[in-house]
Design a protein. Structure first.
Length: 908
């Protein structure tokens, strides 16, 4: 048995690349969550890549574990994020992440027409294939250095050679799947298939050596040797067709093919010798000697020494010839007519690859908090459905509250009751309201906020104008190129590809215009309530002087009637508090509602509609309580009307000047509370809108820069083609170049120095290396997997803090709702009922009731309870379960400029 000599592959060498910036930017733009939470995991991935492919991995199981771990995490990452690949971006949002992966070509130097040594592509599939090559190469090295004198060492070698064969085979399949032109010589699919055969042959050889060491039967050893010979022959035939390969590998495969042919014949001859087939055995020895002599001739300069085996076969042949000529006297057939030696295959590359994304290989998934983009988008579609569903029930509560306010106002309650109970003194409720107004800053606070609205609005307008200007410049440049190059300029027209982006910008403009209309309503509302608020800023003594005295002849209702009416008003206050609490409970339930787990569990088998309905069942108990509160409120209000009839009958139907003024001040207080909520929400709205516009402006700039780079590259290519085409060929076969200058047109304007350029396919080009880029593959159909973009909730036409509108594929039918819903009608905006006269409409959502939480004029002697917007829930920042990301990373804080259900929020 000859000493082992193996083909072991050197690993490909990668150049350093950082995942941090592109991933962090993508998470900030598309997920609206704080990307700082992922920074450590992303940096760990970069460090892991440096340790196992930038620097050679250790030739040990520990090195194999490290590179397997990196590959598993890379696969997990590519399932969660859309990375740029060789397939052109279809336009379906979001734009893919572009990271340029650079790898050295192992065999470029051996090719006459080789490409440059380093090949860099913005293609995650290229990275995966190169890493697979490194895994297989490392396994070939581990197999080659194993201990072949021990059973454990032989098992280790066989396992690693078979693993390398499986991975080379899988890598070849991936190359064939993604490329029509191979990016580099060392990942040519033909080469990878040949290496797969080499590794299989070496694994079979290891098994053969184990059989020999264990003194297995000659017939079995012959069959195993024959299969090894077949594998080496197939590998030799494939490798010799590759001009850019190490010739020693080709020669070694040929030598080993001949060696194992000789071993197969020799062992089969030994077996036939025991079966009284001495003549046939003699022919086997002759065939074995002929093969081993040829192997010895070819292996003259190799470490694979076959001379001892050749001597053994030669000696056996001489003995067999002598015995047959003197004893057996059997006919010796020609070696060429011998039956084929049967084969016994004991290795395979058909086994499935390891589950690289299992916990055993890649460890705990550091990106588990980031759901796959398809799930993320489905979650957003569910959140839109859920918010609409919840808003219906919240509006039902608000409509009941508004009806109560109207009924109490019509009965002049609680003013009529206050007049009887307080006499000529200032009612305790009015004093509490005055103290609240004064503590909040009175008219000065309101006027300061109103003065600030125009500057906030103008800031947003400036961002819109800049976005429009950028798109106009891109369109102008596109038209200039088309005029210069005519039909040769085949890039997508600006009017078509920029249309979705322009529509996004114009929708923001519509939103901004509506907000300005709301601002005007707020100013008008303030003018109507300002006199009453000025009165409420007076001291108690001044109020005492201002309030008219009760009419001397006013009748007094009985204590029983008064007590009954007061109890019913208190009960209405309790129900109001309960209804306001229901809104907060709905918001809490929404904050705790995450359908991601269900979507991940169902995987590709999920039916969205069924999953959505199943998830919405958790709101059934709250919905039942809403119905109960509505019924109970209507019942108590009916009893209040009856009690008021009795009260009015005893006191008299006429109203006093004092009663009218108390009722008017109560209305002015409620108007001040609404106005305060409007201004607070308006300020939040403009802050949130500015954040959305900032991201939209960035996306517009990225889009424009991508178009500029794409146009520049295309024009450069056109100019080179024109320069390389003989003038007599112009207008003949091939591209019909239009007449005109063949010089390169002016380059697109350079991007700002502080911003990293964004490639035409959504990537960020790194510093240019001195390397020739291989041609990309022909376009293939885009593989679905990220899902359709999710339509965010549209509360009265105002944007939610969600990813910006997509650039849809040109000509593709939209399978989902548009990314932005059209502005709802006035009835939709106001929850199905019209606002009361004199009340400004809220910024996009249903108007709040005209009184403060917990009071229709507040319980006696107590300031009003609840939120400042007559039932609007507290901002989400007060809820411990809902952590808000810092400004600038995407989602602005919850709380719409009047959104339904407290819903100007990030659903990310």
């Amino acid at each position: 048995m000859a000493q082992p000599c193996w083909i072991e592959l050197p690993p490909k060498r990668a150049q350093h690349v950082s995942f941090t910036e592109p991933l962090i930017k993508f998470v900030a733009n598309e997920y609206q969550q704080d990307p700082a939470t992922l920074k450590e995991a992303v940096q760990e991935l970069t460090d892991l890549r440096d340790a196992c492919v930038v620097r050679p991995a250790e030739r040990h199981e520990s090195g194999l574990k490290a590179i397997n771990k990196y590959y598993g995490r890379l696969c997990a990452l590519s399932k969660r994020f859309p990375f740029r690949t060789s397939e052109p971006w279809s336009g379906t949002p979001p734009p893919p992440i572009g990271i340029k992966f650079a790898w050295d070509d192992l065999f470029a130097a051996n090719s006459l027409f080789s490409r440059s040594k380093t090949v860099a592509l913005e293609d995650v599939n290229y990275e995966k294939i190169c890493v697979l090559f490194c895994i297989a190469a490392l396994q070939s090295q581990i197999g080659a250095i194993s201990n072949y004198n021990s059973d454990e060492g032989l098992k280790t070698a066989a396992k690693n050679f078979q693993g390398a064969a499986s991975i080379f085979r899988a890598a070849a399949s991936e190359v064939h799947r993604y490329y029509t032109t191979t990016p580099s010589n060392d990942i040519n699919s033909t080469l990878l298939n040949a290496l797969h055969l080499v590794m299989l042959a070496q694994a079979q050889e290891v098994v053969w050596r184990k059989c020999v060491l264990e003194n297995r039967k000659d017939q079995l050893v012959a069959k195993v040797a024959k299969q090894a010979a077949v594998y080496y022959e197939d590998a030799f035939k494939t490798l010799k067709e590759l001009a850019n390969l190490n010739k020693d590998w080709v020669q070694l495969c040929n030598v080993k093919y001949l060696y194992f042919e000789a071993e197969a014949h020799f062992r089969q001859g030994l077996f036939e010798d025991t079966q009284d087939k001495q003549g046939q055995a003699l022919a086997r020895y002759q065939a074995a000697l002929r093969a081993i002599q040829e192997a010895d001739r070819l292996a003259a300069n190799m470490k694979f020494d076959v001379k001892r085996v050749m001597a053994t076969i030669s000696a056996k042949l001489k003995t067999a010839e002598k015995e047959n000529s003197t004893i057996y006297l059997q006919v010796v057939p020609s070696p060429d007519t011998l039956p084929f030696v049967e084969r016994q295959n004991l290795v395979s590359a058909e086994r499935s690859l390891p589950d690289f994304m299992s916990k055993d290989i890649m460890g705990d998934d550091p990106f588990v908090a980031v759901v796959p983009l398809a799930v993320h988008q489905a979650r957003k579609r569910y959140e839109d459905r859920r918010d609409e569903h919840v808003a219906q029930h919240i509006n039902q509560l608000r409509q009941v509250t508004a009806a109560c306010v109207d009924d109490l106002r019509a009965m002049n309650l609680p003013g009529a009751l206050q007049v009887q109970e307080s006499g000529d003194a200032v009612p305790e409720t009015l004093l509490a309201h005055c103290q609240e107004v004064q503590a909040a800053g009175g008219v000065q606070w309101v006027e300061d906020k109103i003065k600030n609205l125009p500057s906030l609005s103008q800031m947003c307008q400036d961002m819109l104008d800049e976005a429009r200007s950028s798109l106009d410049r891109e369109k102008s440049e596109d038209e200039r190129y088309r005029q210069q190059y005519g039909a040769k300029y085949t890039l997508e027209p600006s009017d078509r590809i920029a249309d979705p982006t322009r529509k996004e910008v114009e929708k923001f403009a519509t939103i901004l215009q509506r907000s300005r209309s709301r601002d005007e309503e707020v100013v008008s509302k303030y003018a109507s309530i300002k006199p009453g608020i000025l009165v409420m800023c007076k001291s108690p003594d001044e109020l005492q002087q201002i309030l008219p005295k009760d009419s001397p002849g006013s009748q007094q209702a009985s204590n029983g009637t008064t007590s009954t009416l007061r109890e019913l008003l208190s009960k209405l206050d309790e129900l109001r508090t309960a209804r306001d609490g229901m809104e907060a409970e709905f918001e809490t339930a929404k904050a705790e509602d995450d359908i991601s787990g269900l979507l991940l569990e169902r995987g590709a088998d999920v039916v969205e509609e069924m999953a959505f309905q199943e998830q919405l069942q958790r709101y059934k108990p709250l919905e039942a309580r809403v119905e109960q509160l509505v019924v109970e409120t209507n019942t108590v209000m009916a009893r209040t009307k009856e009690a008021f009839q009795a009260f009015a009958g005893e006191r008299g139907m006429q109203t006093s000047e004092r009663q009218d003024m108390l009722s008017d001040l109560e209305a002015k207080y409620q108007g001040w509370m609404e106005l305060r909520a409007h201004l607070t929400e308006g300020e939040k709205f403009y802050t949130n809108l500015a954040g959305l516009l900032e991201r939209q402006q960035t996306k517009v700039q990225d889009f424009v820069l991508a178009r500029q780079l794409e146009a520049k590259d295309f024009v450069s290519s056109l100019s080179r083609n024109i320069a390389a085409t003989p003038s007599e060929n112009y207008g003949s076969s091939g591209p019909a170049f239009s007449s005109g200058s063949t010089s390169q047109p002016p380059a697109a304007s350079a991007p700002p120095s502080q911003q990293q350029p964004y490639t035409a396919h959504g990537g960020y080009p790194q510093q240019q290396q001195q390397q020739q880029q291989p041609p990309q593959s022909q376009p293939r159909p885009a593989v679905g997997g990220y899902g359709a973009s999710a339509p965010p909730p549209s509360y009265g036409g105002y944007p939610a803090a969600q990813p910006q509108a997509p650039y849809p594929p040109h000509g593709a039918q939209q399978g989902q709702q548009p990314y932005w819903q059209p502005a709802p009608s006035a009835q939709q905006q106001y929850g199905g009922y019209a606002p009361q006269p004199g009340m400004p409409q809220s910024y996009g959502g249903a108007p709040p009731p005209a009184y403060q939480s917990g009071s229709y004029g507040a319980p006696y002697g107590q300031p009003p309870q609840g939120g400042p917007y007559g039932g609007y829930p507290a901002p989400a920042s007060q809820q411990p379960h809902q952590q808000q990301p810092p400004y600038g990373y995407g989602a602005p804080p919850p709380g719409p400029y009047g959104g339904q259900g407290g819903g100007y929020h990030s659903s990310a």
